[in-house]
Design a protein around this ligand. Sequence first.
Ligand code: SF4
Ligand code: SF4
Length: 176
Amino acid sequence: MTPAEQLCLACGLCCDGTLFHHVRLEPGDDAAKLKALGLPVRTSRGATPVTRFRQPCAALCADRSCRLYADRPGQCRSFECGVFQDVRAGRMEAGAALRLVKQARRQADDVRRLLRALGDTDEHHAMNERFRRTKRRLEAGGADPADMDTFAELSLAMHHLSLLTIDKFYTKAGAK
Ligand code: SF4
Ligand code: SF4
């Protein structure tokens, strides 16, 4: 296993709802097979239907490996975050990359902790979706001052995580 591949097993941020909220299927992906393997594949209605499944991914294991690695869809095969690309190209030491991954995971855990503290305990949605719905709920009124303090903390944690992921993880071509 290459150092870049080892990094992914310590990470999982592109599968756990931190970086993306869906994985879009491509021509060549077998939607029926992926569905049978346990992925909640759905096709949207409308003029340009999109077939996709949501994150956090149902195939992501507790050890950050992919349960469907051999059958994973095309977007999962082709996506390489900025950190992965830097390690693979020798522009970043594996140790430095691991520290970045650990930092991002710590920050993401912090965001999830604050979301739970504000009553958003449904972990089956991506982080951005959870943040937006929590924001809508609190802005609709009725939140007590302690919750608004926690929300301020959450907004700051989201901001810091976004700065890190935009700087180090997202790539111009990168979308799952
Ligand atoms: S975000 Fe990057 S390092 Fe992390 S699992 Fe995805 S490709 Fe690998
Ligand atoms: S199928 Fe595997 S690689 Fe793709 S998002 Fe799910 S866990 Fe990640």
